[in-house]
Design a protein around this ligand. Sequence first.
Ligand SMILES: Nc1ncnc2c1ncn2[C@@H]1O[C@H](COP(=O)(O)OP(=O)(O)O)[C@@H](O)[C@H]1O
Ligand SMILES: [Mg+2]
Length: 313
Amino acid sequence: MVIDGELAVETRGLRKSFRTLRGRRVGVENLDLRVPVGGVHGFLGPNGSGKTTTIRMLLGLARPDRGTATIFGHEVPRHLPDVVGRVGAIVESPRFFPAFTGRSNLRLLADAIGTPRDRVDAVLEEVGLSGRAGDPYRTYSLGMKQRLAIGATLLKDPDLLIFDEPTNGLDPAGIHEIRRTMRDLADRGRTVLVSSHILAEVQQVADSVSIVARGRLIAEGRVADLVAGQAGQAVRVGLASDEVAVAASVLGARGLSVERDGAALVVEGAGAAAVNRMLGEQGVWARELAPRQVDLESVFLGLTQTETAGESV
Ligand SMILES: Nc1ncnc2c1ncn2[C@@H]1O[C@H](COP(=O)(O)OP(=O)(O)O)[C@@H](O)[C@H]1O
Ligand SMILES: [Mg+2]
């Protein structure tokens, strides 16, 4: 699927290279990024694929060699002042005072940016910290600390939030909290652009994604479409080694695509229950049945393998 409709962020032909001791290194190459208004958009790619560099260019922190970028239709960085009030971002972790409460920390920030202090409690509520707002920051879990950082970006009541790898360094509980917070923000009408190198993790929260590798866009679209486009249902069936051949012919005769993998078969075209029944009816009993989940990680691997295969020809 192609992303269309109103765009919160759009880049065209964006490029950024860096001078290094060994010549120039390209961080972002000819990138066309499109982030629809509303929802969570995952900006995904392995480490070093140009995500932070792109975000820094959007925020006016790095200058592109070429190409253009717009936020809500305003060209940035040239017209960033016109739109900066509508954008909140965490690129590096903000500093909070450990001995101050979450509420006092946000009040200090609100004063610094000229936001009325009564906004602070609304923000604490939005990131689910109302119950702990009066506790010192140092007593917060990592997930709560990161939620307070997200809260800080909400003080200006922005329409677009940009989070660069917000779950880095968090434990599974913290990751879950941040995912939920991002989902809530999007459900309340904001647009969330979130980068990550862990594709499968963002899959659960993102409505749409852009996948980059080595500074280039390799896929974009709605998560469901990307996953569906890659492969259908698949099941891995573990068998006794002397039953692999007969199982393959039973399933093959039912029109399923069957691939042998040692003492197992990878079957496409039916779910685990159906495969189990087809085999059982013929007196073949699977030792193990595992639905093979297609996630963005495998979409990514599929796409990069194709790319490499193409290059080597
Ligand atoms: N200031 C810099 N100087 C030299 N190279 C850089 C600089 N910033 C980023 N790079 C290079 O640009 C590429 C993309 O980096 P980055 O945008 O940080 O990737 P990501 O955020 O996806 O991990 C990497 O090869 C990185 O080494
Ligand atoms: Mg980065």
